[in-house]
Design a protein around this ligand. Structure first.
Ligand code: NOJ
Length: 557
């Protein structure tokens, strides 16, 4: 059923119709995708071995979360060597083999780049702590003297995104208590000082290293955080702001003007390469309009649409964010992107059925309020994906959302590994529940994640029925739904299409056309009459011309 890609062949440029404007990009979280070595952690050969299933699914590109050398204090978002593969994931040769195989399968590859901070095991940070205050080694990071009589208090009141203070004090080389360094995330993730030309030059080298190997682009981690306000003024975040920086006020460490010059520089660097290489911003900003600043024509190419991800399952709110996204990104000549799940948020098959507020990124566990009904969650997730994949622009899929995988809520406390869990002393569950190794085969050890049965996080028993092989060929499975949607999305060129809202429907109904496809989604309680035409995709079986609650369909004339 795979439809040939309508995108330019890999390696070719097509100004104005670049591949990233319409691509469906599948996020792989390497440690949980497929484990060829059998040690319980996924790896690059595992990815290579499963590329066929992604080709069959019908995605255009994959984005790999970090696989570079790292002590894994934040699952690889703490990089110790930006130009090498961590041995738990394989070798550079394994990376090259994976990249070649992906390209042969017609799948582009985006890698994660983590420029806001390194690991504390990076050789630069090791040199910084063993060098004196004021040294060039310290100037690559943000070291400051403490406050208070003996410098025993942190330089300012900033808090880590993962909880607790954003500063940690070092012992000077002579053993006396010394300066403090800034880490917006875990203490093992010191922030670089991006005003230092040496840092800027080092990341140009890193970009070239991966571009020369043939990658098609980068997902840029914390793309809104690299530049900090001069003087590092005190700041107290809005307690209702998102945990990854979607704070409602202008924080002195998010969205500073100077950050854009960095991306203009990178834009020019990528433009030296053929094949329309792309930069995608992970920037959690308060509004769509602000996020659009990251994708002005001389900066990045895409920005994740977290406003869309954070929108409740409510038709009026969705209409508003869709309109706003299409308008704001079009105003700067960029495509809108769409996303419902990733490795930092509660999977949407659970999130859309939560009955109490759950701030993004905090995870949920067995004692969280508003426990989701799994049946309702899956039903809404299928409908939400049916809407998302009909929207013009580029869409991101998080691994195994095509299986309808829910959040793993009942993980035992001693299995949890997210630094958020530790830094908040268990107050926030963190993100482990969306990172559990995937089920491939219902009756195999670790559900086919590997052949040994080991898994770095325990897989819930009920996942055997969600395994990929259990869903293959089942007309009603979520996997079949995604295949149908991706196939029809290509066949009807929805990525390049134009959305027009249909009138005459209730407030609770999303109804629009994109090209020759009509999309109707019923978010209300009462059934909705469907217009004439052939139903080419339906999130639930539809009998007659009546669309039940929490169901979405695509209809062609
Ligand atoms: C955003 C990443 O998606 C998240 O997983 C990570 O913990 C932080 N940035 C810090 O790198």
């Amino acid at each position: 059923m795979t439809t040939p890609s309508t995108l330019a062949p890999i390696g070719q440029s097509r100004p104005g119709s670049e591949w990233w404007r319409t691509a469906v990009i599948y996020q792989i979280y390497p440690r949980s995708f497929a484990d060829a070595s059998g040690d319980g952690l996924g790896d690059l050969p595992g990815i290579t071995s499963r590329l066929g299933s992604l080709r069959e699914l019908g995605v255009d590109a994959i984005w790999l979360s970090p696989f570079q050398r790292s002590p894994q204090k934040d699952a690889g978002y703490d990089v110790a060597d930006y130009c090498d593969v961590d041995p738990i994931f394989g070798t550079l040769a394994d990376f090259d083999a994976m990249l070649t195989a992906a390209h042969e399968a017609g799948i582009r590859v985006i890698v994660d780049l983590v420029p806001n901070h390194s690991s504390d095991q990076h050789e630069w940070f090791q040199a910084a702590v063993s060098s004196p205050p004021g040294s060039p080694e310290r100037a690559r990071y943000i070291f400051r003297d403490g406050t208070g009589a003996n410098g025993q208090e942190p330089p300012n009141n900033w808090e880590s995104v993962f909880g607790g203070p954003a500063w940690t004090r070092v012992a000077e080389p002579d053993g006396t208590p010394g300066q403090w360094y800034l880490h917006l995330f875990d203490s093992s993730q010191p922030d670089f000082d991006w005003s230092n030309p040496e840092v800027q030059e080092e990341f140009r080298r890193v970009l070239r290293f991966w571009l020369d190997r043939g990658v098609d682009g980068f997902r840029v981690d914390v793309a809104h955080g690299l530049v900090k306000e001069e003087g590092l003024p005190d700041y107290t975040p809005d307690p209702h702001g998102g945990s990854m920086g979607g704070d409602s006020a202008k924080a002195p460490y998010w969205g500073q003007d100077g950050v854009h010059e960095i991306y203009r520089d990178w834009h020019r660097l990528l433009a030296e390469y053929d094949g329309d290489r792309a930069l995608a911003a992970e920037a959690w900003l308060p509004t769509v309009a602000e996020t659009a600043l990251w994708v002005r024509s001389d900066e990045m190419h895409q920005a994740f649409n977290f406003a869309y991800l954070e929108t409740d399952w409510a038709a009026a709110d969705l209409r508003e964010v869709i309109d706003e996204s299409l308008a704001e990104y079009a105003a700067v000549g960029a495509p809108s992107t769409w996303v419902l799940s990733n490795h930092d948020v509660v999977r949407h098959a659970s999130r859309l059925a939560l009955t109490a507020e759950n701030p993004q990124g905090h995870g949920i566990g067995p004692n969280s309020p508003g426990q989701p009904d799994p049946v309702l969650g899956l039903r809404r997730a299928r409908a939400a994906s049916t809407v998302m994949l009909a929207l013009p622009g580029s869409a991101y899929i998080y691994q195994a959302e095509e299986l309808g995988l829910p959040e793993a809520i009942d993980l035992p406390d001693d299995a949890r590994q997210d630094p958020t869990w530790f830094r908040t002393k268990g107050e926030r569950y963190g993100r482990d529940g969306c990172r559990v190794p995937l089920p491939w085969e219902a009756d195999a050890p670790a559900y086919g994640f590997n052949t040994t049965g080991d898994a770095w996080l325990p897989q819930p028993e009920e996942w055997s029925r969600l395994a990929r092989d259990a869903q293959e060929g089942d007309a009603d499975s979520t996997l079949t739904l995604y295949k149908t949607l991706l196939h029809a999305r290509r066949a009807h060129t929805l990525g390049t299409g134009t959305l027009s809202w249909l009138t005459g429907y209730d407030e609770d109904v999303l109804a629009f056309t994109n090209g020759d496809v009509t999309v109707i989604a019923n978010l209300g309680a009462a059934d909705v009459d469907l217009p004439d035409g052939e139903i080419v995709a339906a999130s639930e079986p539809v009998t007659g011309r009546s669309l039940p609650s929490d169901t979405a369909v695509w209809i062609t004339a």
